[in-house]
Design a protein around this ligand. Sequence first.
Ligand code: ADP
Ligand code: MG
Length: 320
Amino acid sequence: DQLISQIAAGEVVERPSAVVKELLENALDAGSTTITIRLEEGGVKRIAITDNGRGIAPEQLPLALSRHATSKIASLSDLENVGTLGFRGEALASIASVASVRVTSRTANAAHAFEIVGSHEGVVAPSSGACGTTIDVQDLYFNTPARRKFLKSEQTEYAHCAEVVRRIALSRPDVAFSLSHNGRTIDHWNVSEAAKRSAHILGNDFAEARLALDEAAGPLHLHGYVGLPTASKARADGQFFYVNGRFVRDKVLVHAVKAAYQDVLHGDRFPAYVLSLDLDPALVDVNVHPSKTEVRFRDSRAVHQFVFHAVQRTLAQTSA
Ligand code: ADP
Ligand code: MG
């Protein structure tokens, strides 16, 4: 059982940033509005995430660490309409099989917090803390040295973690985030609007040279900002695409945006953008791989055309 968990963990928990992603998604699924991320040694030594979400009742704490015990999917047909970010019920169990995990949580109506340490077999004990949840993950891969060997330098692992935080923070301006590494606060973003959050994360030259986009057609809705080439210092890695709230890297979408830039601006410059595509969940399969950023559209031609034309029309305003 432990071995199966560790093998599964290899899939879900490739590196510290994958843990950060899973924990952040859980915090968001719990309705949190403030999330604190504390990392030590690139996340290998410690990833501690505290949220102010709805918390986990004490009798649910062992379940949270059990494989395939999710509170989020009631039936198979729900799989078609996943509204939450996590739905497989294996992330925490997988993480707990390759690291030391402590879950401390307090629901709104509880007199105090409770905690569980180690695995679903751990004892639930009283603890202290505000409403919400802290998941403290220490010594990642301590029991799987082969995996640990694949990790890169502390700075590289940290950079991957920070990128995951940026991606999620960009898509959730309604949530405050703060990120620290080795005791030093690196980033802090207050609750704000999408325009401000993206300026904050992508920098002022993006904020000063971008066009807002908001177009809908049938079940497809695209909104966000496309940067102009004059945003010269725009980061090379400043391209963000979200589908139903999830960050994705998708060939169809990237191609559609690129083609629109080339069509209007003719250059081979490819500025920063932050775009969100929302569509009926039945029209997209996000179930391709838990830790990957892939999606599969039922009708990728229609999606491509829609995104291409929306970005093209928006950029064309510059030459009008
Ligand atoms: P999933 O997110 O797929 O349901 P996880 O293993 O990520 O599975 O989490 C297991 C369960 O633990 C969740 O379904 C949820 O009930 C609970 N949980 C985990 N993290 C949090 C959190 N930060 N706040 C509230 N509940 C949480
Ligand atoms: Mg989850």
